[in-house]
Design a protein around this ligand. Structure first.
Ligand code: NAD
Ligand code: AHE
Ligand code: ZN
Length: 369
């Protein structure tokens, strides 16, 4: 079938709206009509050419919501008409990872996902007779996409697509990193580096968990008011701090953070985030994604003396089980999303969404189809 998609033909090139061809779902696959998609910094990261798994030409996008149109052979858990959120971390419930009880990182289709193809090794998308790569197993910058059954969370039908699409990445990543990965407790002191689409959700999760002090660190002071609305108690602009940021944060938190979160993707800030943690027990969670060749550094003494370095992907959430519950939290008013969606644009204006992000003017832009 013909599909409207924003195609990334190469690194650092604007996306191009094209009519591309999409094959129907094969066994274990599902055709989804995408109704809305958020634009996450990870899409920009891959488009920048810094992602070692970045492949072109491709259809980016991994923060979508839509409706099942057709299911392939053997698909039992979904039917046409179901409302769904595609999952870049699937949940097969059978692999060693899913059954371990230790991780959300289902590996059932991870290898083919990283190669930009469906689990059978081929692409469903093509343009002018040439295959296009899938992206993160989701490719939500298209009005129709094909996704493995295990990579779809079924959600309630009354949830608005143009809001809950954000649960497909940013909301779940931020709140989940606090609740599932760090397990922040009442009274904890938390430092959040980066007050964008992920960092604000870390703040939201920290407030839900009862953290006493929630320090936000960002070089863009325009991010402050919304962060305060979501629960930030102290704002630090590193450009206004005289001397080293780390002792400043240790002093502000009276000994260091119980938990810090890096939500930017800058390895120098990952070091600061670790080192502002409390001696003996502080844990820093890396959420930000850093480019090819980038490495983290610290003195081993930082770890010897009890600080912990962790990472979190998709907030440690098991998508098919947890995403429907997070949608319920939103619908019941337990979490807030609308205020973070600063811009909603038709998909044809997708390049503007990236520009808004790069200029620091948006938190999340949602594209509608
Ligand atoms: P964003 O662009 O919305 O936010 C980034 C924020 O960092 C901005 O507010 C910006 O002002 C701030 N910032 C930039 N440089 C800074 C500096 N030197 N010091 C302080 N603040 C600085 O991005 P986002 O969508 O929130 O994504 C954040 C990061 O998280 C990206 O690296 C993204 O790839 C990653 N991410 C990871 C996961 C995961 O599962 N681990 C999921 C989603 C996003
Ligand atoms: N291809 C990238 C991987 C980047 C990465 O870490 N992605 C996160 C999700 S970011 C969503 O906005 C993730 O889920 N990682 C787990 C995984 O299996 O990829 C690179 O740098 O190689
Ligand atoms: Zn994302």
């Amino acid at each position: 079938m013909d599909v409207r998609a924003a195609v990334a033909f190469g690194a650092n090139q604007p996306l191009s709206m094209e009519t591309v061809q999409l094959e129907g779902p094969r066994a274990g696959e599902v055709l989804v009509e995408i109704k809305a998609t958020g634009v996450c910094h990870t899409d920009a990261y891959t488009l920048s050419g810094m992602d070692p798994e970045g492949l072109f030409p491709t259809i980016l996008g991994h923060e979508g919501a839509g409706v099942v149109v057709e299911v392939g052979a053997g698909v039992r858990s979904l039917k046409p008409g179901d409302h769904v959120i595609p999952l870049y971390v699937p949940e097969c419930r059978e692999c060693e990872y899913c059954t371990s009880g230790k991780t959300n990182l289902c590996q059932a289709v991870r290898e083919t996902q990283g190669r930009g193809v469906m689990p059978d090794g081929s692409s469903r998308f093509s343009f002018q007779g040439q295959p296009l790569f899938h992206y993160m197993g989701t490719s939500t910058f298209a009005n129709y996409t094909v996704v493995p059954e295990i990579a779809l969370a079924k959600i309630r039908a009354d949830a608005p697509f143009d809001k809950v699409c954000y649960i497909g990445c940013g909301v779940t990543t931020g709140i989940g990193a606090v609740i599932n990965t760090a397990k922040v407790r009442p009274g904890d002191k938390v430092v959040v580096f980066g007050l964008g689409g992920i960092g604000l959700n870390v703040i939201q999760g920290a407030r839900m968990s009862g953290a006493d002090m929630i320090v936000g660190v960002d070089i863009n002071p325009a991010k402050r008011p919304l962060a305060e609305q979501f629960g930030m108690t102290h704002f630090v602009n590193p450009k206004e701090v005289e001397g080293d940021l780390v002792p400043y944060l240790v002093n502000l938190t009276k000994g260091g953070a119980d938990y810090s979160f890096e939500c930017i993707g800058n390895v120098d800030l990952m070091r600061q985030a670790l080192e502002c943690c409390h001696k003996g027990w502080g844990t820093s969670v890396i959420i930000g994604v850093a480019g090819a060749g980038q490495e983290i550094r610290t003195r081993p003494f930082q770890l010897v003396t009890g600080r912990n370095w962790r990472g979190s992907a998709f907030g440690g959430a098991k998508g098919r089980s947890d995403v429907p519950k997070i949608v319920d939290w939103y619908m019941e008013g337990k979490i807030h999303i609308d205020e973070m969606i600063t811009h909603t644009l038709p998909v044809a204006q997708i390049n503007e969404a990236f520009d808004l992000m790069h200029r620091g003017e948006s938190i999340r832009t949602v594209l509608t189809f």
